[in-house]
Design a binder for this molecule. Structure first.
Ligand code: FPP
Length: 230
């Protein structure tokens, strides 16, 4: 593809529930299909030479969904990483998690931590799962962490700047996303990467996420003109 490839692509993977419903399936079956599509997008990102792929897998607002659906979304990473970790290793992917891990069920937390630990020395595509992530929560927890450091005299507030503040965010040392894609037809940011997206390009696709594939990803990339990171 003869275009600039964004270094960091972030995706709001929306439309799983409607995809399921449109096929007479459950919402959870839609999420399962979404996880399959996620694998294809990861493969395509490796092929295209993307450096970081952030996937919005569970938002801090998703807790208000029916209990069955929340339970399914908490079990999904356990099943997914049990099966797929060897493939992530083979593909040299480094897994990261951005989000509040404290309030997750233990088995979900363990599966995510194990995936991060096992892949930490891989230097290929960084696959960053935004899990129990909210943009406002991200900024708020960073402010609280800064205050703690100031109180301990570890930081002089006079020296605080954007680069230093970045280090307290869930995304830490990752570059800001060049391109944010939202599938599923809605045109809003839904509390995703509020600080990090200040210069990002936004791309909206009507395709439900389980149907989103390499072709759609390339289409989104083709329209991306402004890279945040040079
Ligand atoms: C939004 O679609 C999607 C989610 C809330 C979950 C996305 C999760 C995955 C694609 C799989 C994650 C897997 C792992 C292993 C972390 P929606 O349910 O809001 O769709 P709707 O708008 O049609 O209702």
């Amino acid at each position: 593809m003869n275009v600039n490839i964004p270094k960091h692509i972030a995706i709001i993977m929306d439309g799983n529930g409607r995809w399921g419903k449109s096929r007479g399936l459950t919402r959870s079956e839609g999420h399962y299909a979404g996880a399959k599509a996620m694998e294809k997008v990861i493969d395509a990102s490796i092929d295209l030479g993307v450096n970081v792929l952030t996937l919005y897998a569970f938002s801090s607002e998703n807790w208000s969904r029916p209990k069955d659906e929340v339970n399914y979304l908490m079990r999904l990473p356990v099943k997914f990483f049990n099966q797929k970790l060897p493939e992530f290793m083979k593909r040299n992917c480094q897994i990261r998690i951005s989000g509040n891990m404290d309030s997750l069920p233990n088995n979900t937390k363990d599966a995510l931590n194990r995936a991060v630990e096992k892949t930490k020395n891989n230097d290929g595509l960084i696959v960053n799962f935004a899990f129990n992530y909210g943009g406002r929560d991200d900024i708020l927890q960073a402010v609280c962490a800064v205050i703690k450091e100031v109180k301990k005299n570890n930081i002089d507030l006079e020296t605080m700047d954007e680069a230093m503040f970045n280090r307290f965010l869930y995304t830490r040392d990752l570059p800001d996303p060049d391109l944010i894609i939202r599938t599923g037809g809605e045109k809003r940011v839904s509390n995703f990467l509020l600080w990090q997206s200040s210069m990002s390009e936004l791309y909206f696709s009507d395709v439900y996420f389980p149907d989103f594939d390499e072709r759609h990803l390339k289409e989104a990339i083709k329209g991306c003109r402004h890279m945040v990171t040079q």
